[in-house]
Write a protein that binds this ligand. Structure first.
Ligand SMILES: *Cc1c(COP(=O)(O)O)cnc(C)c1O
Length: 359
């Protein structure tokens, strides 16, 4: 029986996509070759790749003057590439320190140039966000950086700040395509695909082409977005398998209502769990209610013993990945796009039953 997969990443994929990969893995569309043994300079790959990028442009409404491609190195490589390219000497980059992922990005950037952490919820243990309307970039900042959804802390920006002439850059690794986003507000969006878009290996880059005019000079080849832009993401061998799977996931998203459809699913699924938390004294959410994530629902039980028991017993019911990240403890249910509604109903029912027995 297929397990119920609440892992934070790598994470659940649509079963239809896994079946499609299985059916096509040896012989892609009767062409006598597997997609993962084909050259990335050949027609078979390129046709699939172009379609993948076009589908993504359609689903996210990405304007014509933006590049879209995939890199390797995980989302983590972008923590370095962004300041290397865009943090200009004599200028600052504004960072919202909102939890593990934004903080790692800020830390890497501070080794390359000057970082201004305009928000840092260290005192509150990273359970809230700044009001987007209150966010003002520094005068002449190179860019303003935020993480749209903190996968570990379970907080998500519901709206984004207006940054005027200062480019807005967002790490959307864990909530990409879970809702409609106005891409034109951002100069760059990136996402490791292994949360909401596919298997690990590729990082999606969406970048306004004019950003390239403001980048630093003398970058080494792979670190230079300009080179990737010029080569449409095919400067070196791209993560072919991951991209193929992303393409199939995008087709699945399109069949299931696109970004609007994903938002509807995300609201329905997350409210099943949050309503149990809110109607109970047994479960508790540490997160500011205004910014609770629809993708990663973080919650606590009255004791660590009970949390351990919850993980063990849910595991026996075929529910995997509910243990919170080792850095924060507690429990976390990741409810990415591909997670079936019925799996969340099963978790909800398990939570109610667990409270009845142990509350
Ligand atoms: C998982 C994650 C990362 C790191 O991704 P890697 O591909 O493992 O480098 C960065 N940012 C966010 C928001 C994440 O969820």
């Amino acid at each position: 029986m297929k397990k119920k997969n609440f892992f934070a990443g790598p994470s659940v994929l649509p079963v239809e996509v896994l079946e499609e990969i299985k059916a096509q893995i040896v012989d892609y569309n009767g062409q006598g070759l597997s997609m993962i043994e084909a050259s990335h300079r050949g027609g078979m790959f390129e046709e699939m790749y172009d379609e993948c990028l076009l589908t993504l442009r359609r689903l996210m409404g990405i304007p014509e003057d933006y590049d879209v491609y995939f890199l390797g190195g995980g989302a983590t490589l972008q923590f370095t590439m962004i300041p290397m390219n865009f943090l200009l000497p004599g200028s600052v980059a504004d960072y919202a320190k909102t939890g593990s992922w934004a903080n790692k990005a800020a830390s890497d950037a501070s080794k390359i140039g000057k970082v201004n952490a305009f928000f840092d919820d260290k005192e509150g243990n990273y359970t809230t966000l700044p009001d987007p309307k209150s966010v003002k970039p520094s005068e002449g900042a190179s860019y303003l950086y935020l993480c749209s959804n903190e996968t570990i802390g379970g907080i998500e920006w519901q709206d984004f700040p207006e940054t005027g002439d200062v480019p807005l850059i967002a790490d959307m690794s864990s909530d990409i395509l879970s809702r409609p986003v106005d891409v034109s507000k951002f100069s760059m969006i990136y996402a490791g695909v292994q949360k909401n878009l596919g298997p690990a290996g590729a990082t999606l880059i969406i970048m306004k082409r004019s950003m390239l005019d403001r980048r630093n000079e003398n970058l080494t080849a792979y670190m230079d977005y300009g080179l990737h832009s010029k080569n449409k993401g095919l400067y070196n061998t791209p993560p072919v398998f991951s991209i193929w799977a992303v393409k199939l996931v995008l087709d699945w998203v399109e069949k299931n209502g696109g970004a609007e459809g994903m938002l509807k699913r995300a609201k329905e699924k997350s409210s099943l769990i949050y309503s149990v938390i809110d109607s109970s004294d047994f479960y508790r959410s540490p997160v500011d209610k205004r910014y609770r994530s629809r993708m990663n629902v973080v919650f606590r039980l009255p004791s660590e013993e009970l949390e351990k028991k919850f993980v063990e017993e849910s595991g026996k019911e075929g529910m995997l990945g509910l243990k919170g990240h080792r850095s924060v403890g507690g429990l976390r249910a990741s409810l990415y796009n591909a997670l079936p509604y019925d799996d969340v109903v099963a978790l909800r029912d398990f939570m109610i039953e667990f409270e009845r027995k142990n509350g």
